[in-house]
Design a protein around this ligand. Structure first.
Ligand code: SAH
Length: 366
């Protein structure tokens, strides 16, 4: 099997120089604590945040309003970005897909999508995934490792830097890339606090969406965080039997318990949840499924996002014909359910979850 240098290095266990921890992993409060512990004034943290997220410099030497000694101290303790762009593909519809290499040679995907309401970035939270959904490319090959908070933050900064060239701004974030965000919970929460902070990237909580396959204990924890983040659940089936066939996580966290957790979330936060429902031809896309789904969601403060299946060569699912997608939508509407059909982005550039990484980095996804 042919391997890239980094993959070869990893598998032979050859000693690698570990990079310094990324400063992007630090919340503003943690940075203040670090400064105080190093004999500095806490207000320097805000200045550093301004350089990192406002001016987006990538070298401590450029932080010219900091004393030289502090700049050197920072440079000996932290790195800034650890992501290297290895592929950048632009689609006809303006979608840009990035493949980034991490310091240890693994690669991750990040996607910039253009909407009429702004620019949205889809970030990755793990290298691979261990949830095992039967339709998903990201889980082929399992989980390699969690991302650090700073590695998630860096994806947004890198995309913002690309947008700086045309004086545009990242206006929203969806945590819907590779990985299960609730399986890397602490890094996720840190990431959310850093990008949301007014001195950080200042992306409003209501412009950030987190999606989970349904790790129930984390749904309760997330409800209690007191953040105004949009929340989505990958539902994909209206009954527990069918959901188990599509998503093995349903064995550990079955649908009735999941719905209980969702009710708690809605009650606690007062916020509406989104249910993602992938339409897999002949599997979960019949009118009887729409009826069952309407029954399941009756009276819930929610919204359903229908996702036409993305074809994954390793998987057998086929697309639902368009007229049937519309019929499914109509059936839900008839019951008063809020429903939309997901617009597709970057169809010509493998923009669906895990596809680019799977293609470019075969050895990682086997
Ligand atoms: N792990 C999280 C984040 C991924 S979000 C989660 O499961 O929610 C990406 C969304 O795309 C999820 O709803 C996921 O179930 C869905 N998805 C994955 N593979 C797909 C495919 N081949 N076709 C359509 N949707 C898919």
């Amino acid at each position: 099997m042919e391997m890239t240098n980094t993959a070869a290095r990893r598998s032979t266990g050859e000693a690698q120089l570990l990079p310094l921890p990324s400063i992007y992993s630090l919340t503003l409060d943690e940075l203040k604590e670090w400064l105080v512990a190093h004999g500095e004034k806490p207000f320097r943290a805000t200045q550093i945040y301004e350089w990192l997220y406002g001016k987006r410099v990538t070298d401590f030497a450029e932080m010219t309003n900091l004393p030289k000694r502090l700049r050197e101290q920072l440079a000996s303790a932290f790195s800034i970005t650890t992501l290297k762009t290895i592929v950048k593909q632009t689609s006809k519809d303006g979608t840009i897909k990035f493949l980034f290499e991490l310091h240890d040679g693994y690669s991750i995907e990040t996607v910039l999508m253009r909407h009429n309401y702004g620019n949205s970035v889809c970030v990755t939270t793990q290298v691979g995934c261990r949830i095992g959904c039967t339709f998903c490319a990201s889980t082929l090959g399992g989980l390699k490792r969690h991302l650090e908070a700073g590695e998630i933050v860096a994806q947004v900064v890198q995309v913002q830097k690309a947008l700086d060239e045309t004086e545009e701004r990242v206006s929203s974030i969806v945590v819907m890339g590779i990985g299960e965000p609730f399986d890397n919970y602490d890094a996720l929460i840190k990431f959310l606090r850093i990008v949301n902070h007014s001195k950080g990237l200042n992306i409003g909580a209501r412009h950030i969406t987190v999606s989970t396959s349904g790790i129930i204990p984390k749904i309760y924890q997330f409800a209690d965080e007191g953040m105004q983040i949009n929340f989505a659940i990958s539902l994909h089936a209206p009954t527990t039997e069918l959901r188990t066939k599509l998503m093995p996580i349903n064995k550990a966290y079955p649908l009735p318990k999941l719905m209980e957790a969702v009710r708690y979330y809605i009650e606690k936060t007062g916020r509406r949840v989104t249910f993602e429902y992938g339409l897999f031809g002949g599997v979960n896309d019949q009118l009887e499924h729409a009826e069952q789904l309407a029954e399941l969601l009756k009276g819930l403060k929610c919204h359903v996002n229908l996702i036409p299946v993305n074809y994954v060569p390793e998987r057998n699912y086929v697309r639902t014909p368009r007229n049937q997608i519309f019929a499914f939508e109509r059936a839900l509407k008839k019951h008063g359910i809020n429903v939309t059909i997901r617009r597709e982005h970057g169809h010509d550039i493998d923009a669906a979850c895990g596809q680019l990484r799977a293609k470019e980095r075969k050895e990682e996804t086997r």
